[in-house]
Design a protein around this ligand. Structure first.
Ligand code: MOS
Length: 707
């Protein structure tokens, strides 16, 4: 392994384990107003009026009429209002905010607010939804001809549910008017510059009028990619009106019910098979976007790009849409649209194989893409596809093939077992031309006279270790001790825009800019002087340019790869299943810190198992999310999967620092199909079509199929 992979103590470790880290809710409350949201009670309604009780001195009610600039939060489109317009579009939509010095009094006043609604009929069914926020259609080859010439044609429908990020720190944000007239907004977030752009627009003050600071952030997983822009705009408008600091900290219930989560999906797949090969895929993919479009465009894009999995399919037609419903807007969650379609394609391949009387792994293997093959978007796999070797590594971990055969035999008795395997990629970096055309990342190093070096970038520490790995790269290149290099939380007032902390991009893209900047600094280093160097993103030469209007080109420069196997045992009396083992090989290139990367792999894999099994979230007939605490939205812990083993398959990426690729998201993506393939075996070969697959679903399958 590369020398840089040697693990160090994370720079923020001590403060976090000692409980000394200051999160936004930890700042002293003196002089700070508490802001609490007045949430809509209905999924769709006209707001006829809000009767606010008489407010004591120092208390304020804030709504859309107080927005000095534009009442639209800039995300991808600008359709999300800061505070609601004439109608509310989902349960929980913020109508206004009540602010004041005493939290109990704020609660009392909030309860006394009377909203007069005219209820309207909400749209809650994504299949019936009439508004498509986004609609993409692309492909290659001659799909019609392939279906005509097929030996067999298959059609199946797959469904996936919500998944909630369940970060420990709820959404929390604070805004403080500064003496120089600027607005200072800080809190829990992934993307300081997203917040910056959004707040400046809402305050109508230009980019110089605000600066944003990322406080210590207790987990993001995608949930703090776009949502913090909305909350930041709301507190900034409140602070602007009150001319006092305003802090809003969501309670868990608000966070679970009213903030963004993974898009539920329905994936309708058709395949043509000839001579043991998939010759065509025709897929119709529907994501439930919720009430506003937020990040659905990009989430859907990623899902569609992954829609044919890692297979070399010569004829492809993919149609996808993100549909509006009157529910909480969905957003980013680790995997970002890909887990849905990987679930569909992996299960579909498994089902086709079984129908053909083939072993599912052998059938998948016969269809694998390899270096030089065309991707779903007409791009190219520029590098070796290491999946075959990774399958071998997983074999080594768990004796997969032997168990797969064993569990395929007829099982009797109360406890039955199964094992399943999935294989997939996760595109590293922003989708398509995003890095080149939208982000244009910049990163800086500032060397002080005493020889310490500060990293200046905008990527936030969200537990993934970037405060440690960025300095590690710089220290390594400058050949100075790690203690001499530091990276603070970003403040948009003093760091360049190196882009958001998303898309498994920070280390691969910005880490490489820092490595190059460090080489520059090394070459001009003068003791005792303050020096600054900068580096800017350049797209690698080998890339086939991506054009979103045609959905053609290289969607990513390279890919992280995953092979997962899950072995489980079902109690056929109770429906409860136990994961006997979860095994994975991940290729994220060179780990910049072995322990940090392993922590990401193990944690992400476990999150994926939760998504596959117990993390069931849904809304009722009125559109209200029924899970409002961690006792009715369960996430797995290490105790649920005691035997979880990951190995790293290191295939270096020449354009990433020391060969590193994006690592953040890949570990979550493949668990659902591996889990469900195992479940199918345990249930005597019953074909299954949805996740999460809960004990209730297991019991239903047992009863229905007379197992
Ligand atoms: Mo991420 S799920 O790209 O914040």
């Amino acid at each position: 392994m590369h020398e840089i992979s040697k693990s160090v103590v994370k720079k923020d470790h001590e403060a976090k384990v000692r409980g000394e880290s200051v999160y936004v809710c930890d700042y002293p409350g003196e002089g700070v107003l508490t802001g609490k949201m007045l949430h809509s009670k209905w999924a769709k309604a006209k707001i006829l009026g809000v009767k606010v009780p008489e407010l004591p001195e120092g208390y304020f009610y804030v709504d859309a009429s107080d927005v000095p600039g534009d009442n639209n939060v800039n995300i991808v489109l600008d359709d999300t209002p800061v505070y609601c317009r004439e109608t509310v579009e989902y349960i929980g939509e913020p109508i206004g905010m009540l602010c004041g010095p005493d939290e109990k009094e704020v609660d009392r006043l909030l309860k006394a607010c009377e909203v007069e609604y005219e209820e309207l009929e909400p749209e809650l069914d994504m299949l019936a939804g009439k508004t498509n926020f986004f609609n993409y259609d692309f492909g290659h080859g001659d799909v019609e001809k392939a279906f005509k010439e097929a030996d067999k044609i298959y059609e199946e429908v797959f469904r996936t549910g919500y998944q909630e990020q369940a970060y420990l720190e709820t959404q929390s944000m604070m805004a403080e008017p500064e003496p120089d007239g600027r607005m200072f907004v800080h809190g829990s977030m992934q993307c300081a510059f997203y917040v910056h752009g959004a707040v400046a627009r809402v305050l109508g003050c230009g980019p110089g009028g605000v600066h944003i600071f990322q406080d210590v952030t207790g987990g993001g997983f995608g949930g703090k990619e776009a949502f913090p822009s909305i909350l930041a705009c709301q507190v900034a408008v409140a602070a602007h009106k009150c001319q006092a600091p305003v802090r809003c900290v969501f309670d868990r219930r608000e966070d679970l019910e009213f903030t963004s989560k993974r898009h539920p999906s329905i994936c309708i797949y058709k395949a043509a098979v000839k001579d043991g090969k998939v010759t065509a895929i025709d897929a119709d993919i529907i994501y439930n976007a919720g009430a506003y479009s937020t990040l659905s465009a990009v989430v859907l894009q990623r899902g569609l790009i992954a829609a044919i999995g890692i297979y070399n399919v010569p004829n492809v037609h993919i149609h996808g849409r993100a549909v509006k419903t009157n529910t909480s807007p969905c957003g980013a969650y680790r995997g970002f649209g890909a887990p849905q379609t990987y679930f569909a394609i992996e299960m579909f391949m498994d089902h086709i194989a079984r129908d053909l009387g083939l072993d599912s792994l052998e059938f998948k293997r016969a269809n694998f893409a390899k270096k030089g093959d065309t991707t779903s978007t007409g791009g190219k796999y520029h590098f070796h596809v290491p999946v075959p070797e990774m399958i071998e590594e997983v074999e080594q971990l768990c004796d997969y093939s032997k168990k797969r055969k064993l569990y395929a035999q007829k099982q009797t008795g109360r406890y039955r077992r199964g094992i399943g395997m999935s294989m997939y990629f996760h595109g590293a970096g922003f989708t398509g031309s995003g890095e080149r055309d939208i982000i244009k990342a910049k990163a800086k190093l500032r060397k002080y006279a005493d020889g310490t070096v500060e990293v200046l970038a905008s990527n936030g520490e969200i537990g993934q270790g970037v405060r440690t790995t960025f300095p590690k790269i710089v220290a390594h290149e400058l050949n100075i001790p790690l203690e001499k290099v530091y990276y603070s939380h970003p403040d948009t007032g003093r760091v360049p825009d190196s882009g958001p902390t998303v898309a498994s991009r920070s280390l691969m893209i910005v880490g490489e800019l820092l490595r190059r900047a460090a080489i520059k600094l090394r070459s001009i280093w003068k003791d005792g002087e303050e020096q600054e160097v900068e580096d800017n993103f350049k797209e690698p030469d080998f890339m086939i340019p991506f054009y979103l209007d045609k959905f053609q080109g290289d969607a990513y420069p390279t890919y992280a790869w995953g092979v997962n196997a899950i072995e489980l045992e079902v109690d056929t009396f109770t429906g409860i299943s136990k994961v006997l083992g979860a095994y994975a090989s991940f290729d994220v290139g060179t780990p910049i810190d072995y322990n940090i990367v392993m922590g990401q792999m193990e944690g992400g894999f476990l999150q994926g198992i939760g998504y596959a099994s117990i993390e069931k979230m849904d809304y009722d007939a009125k559109g209200r999310i029924r899970n409002n605490s961690f006792s009715d939205y369960l996430i797995p812990t290490t105790k649920d999967v005691t035997n979880l083993k990951c190995v790293l398959h290191v295939q270096e990426y020449p354009e990433g620092p020391y060969g590193a690729k994006g690592a953040g998201e890949v570990p979550l993506v493949g668990a659902p199909p591996a889990y469900l393939e195992a479940m199918e075996q345990a249930l005597g070969g019953t074909k299954l079509y949805h996740v999460p697959f809960t004990p209730e679903d297991t019991v239903e399958a047992i009863v229905k199929n007379g197992i």
